[in-house]
Each structure stands twice: as C-alpha cells, then as structure tokens.
Ligand binder design. Structure first.
Ligand code: FE2
Length: 292
C-alpha cells in the first residue's frame, strides 16, 4: 500500500513515478487519506437523506452481477442518468416484506449522483482527481457513472469476480475505476479482492444492451483468478483505490455487524470509442463531464 501525496489543497498533486509504476504493474493503486473525515461525513449524510426520501412502493429491484436477468429491469436501465436506490437481494422475506429497516436494506444508489446531486458532484470532482487520472494516462477523463455502495451489515451481497470493462466498454479499453472507502474496508465486512497483474489478461465478458434488454456474454473462457493469484485489499476510510478496467476483482458478502460504505466512479478516456452497445448511454440533455 502506498501513501497518498500529502496535499489535498488547491495545489495539483502528481503521483510519484513509483505510484504510476505500481499501477501499471499491478493494475491498481491505493491512495490513503485521499478524502477527509469531513468530506466523507458529508456524502454519508447525503446518502442517508436520499434513502430516507426514497419511497420503495412495490419496488423489488435488486442489483447483482450474478443475476443479470434482473438487470433488464427498467428501473436499472433508466437509472443511467438518474439517482435511484436498489435493494439488496436478501432484503425481503418470501412474502415481500423488508427484513430490516429500509435504511439497512439498500444495496446501492446509482448511477448519476455525480451529475444530479451537488454534494456528490463536489465529492466527485476537483484538481486532485483530475491529476490522478492524467497521471494514470487518461487525457480526457469522462465520468460515466457513480455508485454509493452500502454493503449493509448482515445482508451486504457478494459481488462476484468481474472486470469493469465488461460494463463500460471502449476501444481501446480505457475504463478506470475510482473506488473511495467511506468506512474502513476489512476482510470481515467485505473489502475488495483483486488479482494483481490480472489486468494484462483478456476481457472475459461483455454486458450488452439491445433495446430494453441487457445480456452478459462470455467472450473469453480464461478462468477467474484464484489461490496465490488473488489478495484482499483492506483499506482505511478515506482511501482512494484506482484500478484498471481489466483488473479482475471481487468482494465477499458482508456477514459482519459493520457496514462497508464505498463510493465509486467509472471513468473512460474520451479519446477511446465508447460502445453504442453499453447499457449506459448519455444524450445531450446531460452531457458527460470530467473531473474539472
Ligand atoms: Fe467492479
């Protein structure tokens, strides 16, 4: 784990060559203390407000990368340029009642927090993030989606092995994930697991949209990493983890009593061609923006 640069003020910090080399070698980079406790408190408070305002009605939409049939739900597709809450897969009893309070039943909020909410807009942008993106090789960073992930105590679901380029495909592949730990992420509460160097392998799956349907297609049969090839990535609250769109990653279910809030941004390089088959499309009514 590599300490973040010292400054989070108005000076544009640069990554060290060692940090850049680490990213290219392993496919990821951890920048500790990237966000302050006050910045984290502000977005956590705002997320709580959004959940409190959310009227679930008879909504039972859930999101897991395993259950892609459910992802064809219009609630999911229409969230591309909206702010919507998604329940945990295990949030409901068999007769459709919430097992625990709504505030402890939401899997995530997505996918345009960064463009639709001022608090998240502020958190998602700034010269420091722009400098990191550029140091990692992105000349024209464009933020496509944001997700506030709760990883709720007891019911926080597993996210199986995947590569983020499956969901936001460009030619050449450019999607880069910015993953902010809003709480300490540990092996107990479902921290990320990664396969260091695995970003040099092939893209295995493609999540493609056809009208109001989406489907995940296998395009390469290379096995997911296991054993000595994988490692957990526990990080303290405030850390930023950047990772390559081809890096295989996973997170275990949270069966602990402690939540594991995180916030992610998925960013592509505007020089790359963005696939018209990606589920997430934007039109001129909400133009894509970068970090500044
Ligand atoms: Fe991911």
């Amino acid at each position: 784990m590599i300490p973040a640069f010292a400054s989070t003020g108005s000076v544009r910090p640069m990554l060290s060559q060692e940090q850049i080399d680490h990213y290219h070698r392993t496919g990821y980079l951890v920048l500790e203390d990237f966000k302050t406790a006050a910045q984290i408190a502000r977005v956590r408070e705002r997320a709580n407000e959004l959940v409190a305002q959310f009227d679930p009605g008879d909504r039972r939409s859930i999101f897991t990368t395993r259950e892609q049939a459910l992802a064809s739900d219009a609630w999911f597709l229409e969230s591309a340029d909206q702010i919507r809450c998604f329940f945990e897969e295990d949030a409901f009893t068999t007769d459709g009642q919430l097992k625990q309070d709504k505030s402890l039943s939401i899997n995530k909020i997505g996918h345009a927090l960064h463009d639709r909410d001022q608090v998240f807009d502020d958190f998602s942008r700034g010269p420091e993030l722009d400098a990191v993106a550029r140091a990692l090789g992105m000349a024209q960073p464009q933020i496509w989606q944001s997700m506030y992930i709760f990883k709720q105590p007891g019911i926080g679901g597993e996210v199986g092995w995947h590569q983020d380029a499956t969901f936001l495909h460009t030619t050449p592949i450019s999607v880069t994930t910015f993953w902010f730990a809003l709480e300490d992420a540990t092996e107990d509460n479902g921290c990320l697991w990664v396969a260091p160097g695995g970003h040099r392998g092939p893209l295995r799956e493609l999540f493609v949209r056809d009208g109001d349907r989406v489907d995940k297609q296998q395009i390469d049969t290379t096995a997911w990493p296991a054993g000595d090839a994988i490692c957990p990535l526990p990080v303290r609250a405030g850390s930023l983890v950047c990772f390559h769109g081809l890096l295989p990653h996973y997170s275990a279910p949270n069966r602990s009593a402690i939540s594991r809030h995180a916030y992610t941004l998925h960013v592509t390089d505007g020089r790359a061609h963005y696939s018209s088959r990606n589920w997430l499309q934007r039109d001129a009514s909400l133009p894509l923006r970068g970090f500044v």
